[in-house]
Design a protein around this ligand. Sequence first.
Ligand code: PBG
Length: 327
Amino acid sequence: MFFPSVRMRRLRSCSAIRALVRETVLTPDDFVQPLFICSGKNVKQQIESMPAIFRLSIDLAVKECLKIRNAGIKSIILFGIPEKKDETGEVGCREDGIIQQAIRAIKKEIPDIYIITDVCNCEYTTHGHCGLLVDGVVDNDKTLQLLGRQALSHAMAGVDMVAPSDMMDGRVGYIRDTLDSNGYHDIPIMSYAVKYASSFYGPFREAAQSVPGFGDRKGYQMDYSNSREGIREAFLDIDEGADIIMVKPAMSYLDIVLKIKENSDVPVAAYNVSGEYSMVKAANEKGWIDGQKVMMEILTSIKRAGADIIISYHSVDAVSLLAKGWY
Ligand code: PBG
């Protein structure tokens, strides 16, 4: 009787051997925790569509950062929701803007936490688009000036890294020039280079109150049907000086993460976005899936696909499970 000489099950027979041959394991160093910062004092607003995620005023955000740091996570990415938005996004460039104040306050209390900021206009404009409108259309080149100023104001407040997410052409080069000519050569740029026009951002837009007032973002974010275009985007940004290339969203775009990883030599980040988070939470609440197990499977798959950096609302939960010996 024939028996196979190669038996894949030999290396799966117990947890010890599975641990020895495991190819991908998550570590706390993989993660960046996003935070939403709003104005006021002692404000903690639950975001309806993102269980356990809040809009926090700066004082509470500082406390949250201590928790994040104590959980073993070293990096955060900040999104600002100003008290009052404006037509141009100018409010995002102010020295006393919400993010600029948050950077200073967090750095003062926790100097060793690594602060990344999202650089974009959609959180700051009344119309919710990522750039300056001219005749109802987002004007690429005029938007660059605002982005440059916004990035510079973050640098002046003490940010460690900026992450432009607007998808304007040429913005990485423009921001690099602006930072360099003001003496901030050492601040890296993590470019949201391969950012798709995705319905997975729905809950984020509730969080940041940044639903576009009209139309959609398809005129600047990528068509989800395309993959080679993502490679072009990545290489354009690398040529303009991007230090890290991000793919966003993550789960439905693991093919893109792998492609960028295999075709480039820069670190690759993947953004496990709001809708991906909310789906896990909702199905878990319904008792349809085991939320913790699904979360770890998703995060591991993102790393397995090639992500060096994972930006996720699950970060603190995942790292807590790792500390208990997850695998
Ligand atoms: C800002 C920005 C968005 C996200 C990150 N930066 C929203 C958007 O482009 O509409 C989405 C993040 C998420 O869904 O978690 N441009």
